[in-house]
Design a protein. Structure first.
Length: 315
């Protein structure tokens, strides 16, 4: 069975998505050849009674403990930087990316999940109150110790990404090599991104695509690729920021291609992301088996050049 070029997002596992359903989705994903699981140390503080995160990592730890041998089949990605330090403190009062915060977060994430290393460790955001060399050096020290593998940057401006890479090279430590930003087939109107998330720079733009396409060491991961079910569900309207003529044309093209192939629109979106230039690894936040099935079908769907051109031409 082929490996899947997507990641399973575990953000709401153990909170909104109950334990039984979460474990079943993890089992389904691995049975289909899934490898990457993406979480964060702050997930999902906004849904927990305590006001702090960690529920997703703890659930993953129970799942790994109950499934002997599965750790060798999967790769775990988690994040640091946005866990609140006081209840209700997000986004102003969060742990940040200082040395002490990273050290504590690595230890806590390893303990919660019962693992000895994190395969991909993300800086969940760019902490501009901490000197970048401090952050990069801390990641480098944990990489050298074997507690983290690859280093990634999530919700960073692209100029800061390149500065971080250059600084890591100067310091002689592991260079970041993965980007995680919001991306889907539809695109918001210009200059409205700040109004639909707290992640000011957390968006794939033409500049990001050009950067990744011309830097062979970088991987690009896309979160919220299916827009919380908006491609399929009438009760999940598309966010107002996407309301413009280009969206109408893109939805028409997407529906036409999906009908021609006999698959869901979500499957086509995943195929479009996985097979693009550069390829994007979509992070799928499924809460039901059929949602995950559609995403997996999309990851295995190869769009013809003609169909991809039709989708790309709709603006």
């Amino acid at each position: 069975m082929s490996r899947l070029d997507l990641a399973l997002g575990a953000m709401e596992f153990g909170t909104r998505i109950d334990e039984k359903t979460s474990l079943a989705l993890l089992d389904q994903y691995v049975a289909e050849g899934g490898v990457w699981i993406d979480t964060a140390n702050c997930y999902a503080f906004w849904q927990s009674e305590s006001g702090f995160g960690g529920q997703s990592e703890e659930l993953l730890g129970r799942w790994l403990a109950q499934r002997p041998g599965v750790r060798e089949k999967v790769r775990i990605a988690t994040k640091v930087g946005w866990e609140p330090t006081v209840v209700g403190g997000f986004p102003e009062q969060t742990e940040g990316l200082g040395t002490a915060a990273i050290d504590a977060a690595v230890e806590t994430s390893l303990r919660r999940m019962g693992i000895d290393h994190i395969d991909l460790y993300w800086a969940h955001r760019d902490d501009r109150n901490t000197p970048m060399d401090e952050t990069i050096a801390a990641f480098g020290r944990h990489h050298a110790a074997g507690t983290i593998g690859q280093v990634g940057l999530s919700n960073w401006a692209i100029w800061r990404v390149e500065r971080a890479r250059g600084l890591a090279a100067q310091l002689g430590v592991v260079e970041p090599s993965a980007l995680q930003l919001r991306y889907t087939y539809l695109q918001p109107r210009p200059f409205v991104r700040d109004h639909i998330s707290n992640h000011r720079f957390g968006w794939v733009t033409d500049e990001v695509l050009d950067f990744v396409d011309n830097q062979q060491q970088w991987e690009l991961w896309g979160y919220s690729p299916l827009m919380s079910g908006s491609y399929e569900r009438d009760d999940r309207p598309i966010e107002e920021a996407y309301e413009h003529p280009g969206t109408t044309r893109r939805l028409e093209a997407l529906g036409k291609v999906a009908a021609e192939l006999g698959v869901s629109r979500s499957s086509v979106v995943v195929a479009w992301l996985c097979g693009g230039t550069p390829p994007v690894r979509p992070i799928i936040g499924a809460s039901r088996p059929e949602q995950l099935t559609a995403a997996i079908a999309g990851a295995r769907l190869e769009l013809t050049a003609e169909l991809r051109a039709e989708l790309d031409a709709a603006w």
